[in-house]
Ligand binder design. Structure first.
Ligand SMILES: N[C@@H](CCC(=O)N[C@@H](CS)C(=O)NCC(=O)O)C(=O)O
Length: 328
């Protein structure tokens, strides 16, 4: 029989472990999530903000990762505008070890054929580029440039600049712009980016602030959606596209990994129906890869989930259930 080993004093193990882990955690978080002095997550600005488009079939492409809510905005807008045969899509995958997006080299039409990763691609498009290599990207095959890498701009460009080929409705109508812009501003700060502010907070105070703003807005939006089908009334707009991509990730990812857990979207009577309603619109379910969302958030945000274990639940059958919102 093996003789029992002398145990290390638990206090020492705990103190050493905490010191090592906290040092590592702050180092990794400062790379992944730049913070203000108060520990609040501060998202870097997008660098490519071009708006010059000459629409032609297959000239432009989007680079997207299926788990990314910002990239998802562009896929939905492309689907709602009927631009699938005009604007191409190239999908990238997160590398678990390298903290960057990778191309699938078997995909025939990667621009700059020999690029393996998105940072290489950004540098091929602009050799002195030093910022983050993020999705989505709107690129131009003809000029071999990145036109824009800010999802808020790209969805406006998809809405307007491809008119000769678009079949879908105007998602940013002139008359509704002030309302859409106002909603976008609040929803971006407290919901779209708000969930990241909860998950990437590096102090309790920063988390408390972000989480209370997040749920205050969700409560307000639930009330708003009690009497109208979409955020601006009977017709879906870009404000809905932007809210939807956060809501669909909420219960499966943000509620757990980002600690956005005062409530689930499933617990909100109107937001839950609204989510199902948009999910069931033609072309939308094809843009949603919920398993990729779970896999990438839980599997790749190492500092938030070092074991990389992906939870089993929750199910998302509710998205396919009747919602009755056509009556509104
Ligand atoms: N402001 C950008 C944000 C895009 C963004 O943060 N994308 C993430 C994926 S969800 C990304 O590609 N991150 C890679 C990195 O930061 O290195 C937008 O809305 O387009």
């Amino acid at each position: 029989m093996a003789s029992p080993r002398a145990a290390l004093p638990p206090g020492l193990i705990v103190r050493t472990g905490k010191f090592v882990w906290n040092t590592m955690w702050h180092t990794m978080m400062s790379q992944m999530a730049p913070r203000s002095t108060s520990g609040d997550y501060t998202r870097p600005q997008s660098a490519f903000r071009g708006r010059d488009i000459s629409p032609e079939p297959h000239r432009h492409y989007l680079i997207v990762g299926m788990s990314c809510p910002w990239a998802h905005r562009t896929l939905i807008t492309r689907a709602l505008k009927g631009l699938q045969a005009t604007v191409d899509v190239i999908t990238v995958y997160p590398s678990t070890d390298e903290g960057r997006w990778l191309f699938d080299l078997n995909q025939a039409d990667v621009p700059f054929a020999e690029c393996r990763s998105l940072p290489e691609f950004y540098r091929r498009a602009q050799s002195d580029y030093v910022g983050r290599a993020t999705v989505p990207v709107l690129g131009d095959r003809q000029t071999q440039t990145i036109i824009n890498n800010e999802s808020a701009d790209i969805i406006e460009l998809l809405n307007h600049e491809f008119e000769p080929f678009a079949t879908g409705p105007d998602l940013y109508p002139e008359a509704l712009r002030p309302t859409i812009d106002q909603l976008n501003e609040q929803i971006y700060a407290t919901v779209n980016n708000g969930v990241y502010r909860c998950g990437f907070a590096q102090t309790q105070a920063a988390y408390d602030q972000a989480v209370s703003e997040l749920f205050a807005t969700l409560d307000q939006l639930d009330d708003r959606l009690a009497t109208q089908r979409y955020l601006c009334g009977a017709a879906l707009t870009l404000a809905d596209v932007r809210l939807f991509t956060t809501l669909i990730r909420f219960d499966v990812a943000y509620h757990g990994i980002f600690k956005c857990n005062r409530r689930r979207i499933a617990d909100y009577p109107h937001l839950s129906g609204y989510l199902a309603d948009i999910y069931q619109l033609p072309g939308i379910a094809d843009t949603c890869d919920i398993e990729a969302v779970k896999r990438d958030y839980f599997g790749n945000l190492f500092p938030l989930n070092p074991g990389g274990i992906v939870p089993i639940g929750p199910g998302w059958e509710g998205l396919k259930a009747p919602h009755g919102r056509e009556q509104l």
